[in-house]
Design a protein around this ligand. Structure first.
Ligand SMILES: NC(=O)c1ccc[n+]([C@@H]2O[C@H](COP(=O)([O-])OP(=O)(O)OC[C@H]3O[C@@H](n4cnc5c(N)ncnc54)[C@H](OP(=O)(O)O)[C@@H]3O)[C@@H](O)[C@H]2O)c1
Length: 301
């Protein structure tokens, strides 16, 4: 699955967050570099929590296949899963195989158990379920027994079984412990929650990731959908059209992308029209700092 890799010259973060992209840039999804390698990935990925936890081979697979096909058509590659998400790893593997896109996938999952031996067993199962020989990114879910798993991850990265190592969190109460691991361990990726409604990562985690050259995956970009209910009585402001935004989904995603430490956002969806909407957030102009402040003031007003 790792046979085709597009490794292009690394873009600087400032360059990736340009305000006025040339016309041609509007026709391809933005990509940002993984600092530890220089490889670039598209700025919108796909989460699988809850949405992909369905019975494989059931009638619920057909709409999800359309979601995954749309994701690939629009330039997506990174799919994030976890053994914590029920059947999501198996469903991801099955959908990617059906979409015949195995070559273009950046497969990310997590280890979420206690003890090194159980971790090895669980990760081996994830490889099988997701249908990969090499896992692009293996993350320690919510730091669970991270010391035990980190040794395995280092050895597997060394042997080529995984390409990148990461840790994840999605709650501010864990940030202090999370930052300590970021400071003490060499990591390729961190995955954390960040959105217009949850901005605590701006304080330490995002600047630390930028300082240490760690890629960031952003989870809960819509706070599991709660953000949409917060703006349900507000129209999308006319000035959002300046950056090509015509939905709240794109508004929320472009706000996140305008943070210079952000590499890739991983919204989850079970619907094709939301998938299209989410991918559109990765195209075209990215807000400059002034517009970003205006977006925040408008949503919070
Ligand atoms: N600790 C961790 O490691 C951790 C924690 C949380 C999340 N994650 C990862 O991050 C991913 C994303 O987070 P999340 O799934 O919790 O929440 P999320 O992506 O913030 O929100 C998902 C919800 O938003 C809706 N949605 C998606 N696109 C939309 C659009 N364009 N317009 C309107 N509604 C839209 C979806 O419903 P529809 O199905 O109706 O579109 C779904 O209910 C997860 O799936 C998982 O892969 C990791």
């Amino acid at each position: 699955m790792i046979s085709r890799r597009t490794v292009v010259k690394a873009l600087g973060l400032a360059g990736a967050a340009a305000v006025s992209p040339a016309r041609s840039e509007n026709q391809a999804i933005h990509r940002r570099p993984i600092p530890s390698s220089g490889e670039t990935i598209p700025v919108i990925g796909l989460g699988t929590s809850r949405t992909f936890n369905v019975e494989p081979n059931s009638e619920r697979m057909a709409p999800l296949l359309a979601v995954v096909e749309t994701f690939f058509e629009q330039g997506g590659t990174l799919i994030d899963s976890s053994p914590m998400y029920g059947r999501a790893e198996a469903v991801s593997g099955e959908l990617v195989a059906r979409a015949r896109q195995a070559d273009g996938v950046f497969a990310a999952t997590k280890v979420w158990t206690d003890g090194a031996a159980a971790g090895v067993e669980q990760m081996d199962r994830s490889f099988r379920l997701m249908g990969v020989d090499v896992m692009d990114l293996m993350q320690i879910h919510n730091l669970r027994d991270w010391r035990a798993h980190m040794k395995t991850l280092r050895a597997w990265k060394e042997s080529g079984k995984i390409r990148y190592i990461g840790i994840t969190t999605s709650r501010a109460s864990q940030y202090e412990a999370f930052a300590a691991v970021m400071r003490s361990e060499p990591l390729d990726f961190v995955q954390l929650n960040y959105s217009m409604g949850e901005r605590e990562a701006e304080e330490v985690l995002l600047p630390l990731a930028a300082d240490k050259g760690i890629s960031t995956l952003i989870n809960r970009p819509y706070m599991r959908g709660v953000l949409f209910s917060r703006v349900k009585d507000k129209p999308i402001p006319g000035w959002a059209g300046e950056i090509g935004v015509n939905s709240w989904g794109q508004f929320f995603l472009k706000f996140i992308l305008a943070h210079p430490a952000v590499t890739c956002i991983i919204p989850a969806t079970s619907k094709v029209h939301h998938m299209r909407d989410n991918m559109a957030g990765g195209y075209g102009a990215i807000p400059d700092p002034g517009l970003r402040r205006r977006m925040l003031a408008y949503v919070n007003a």
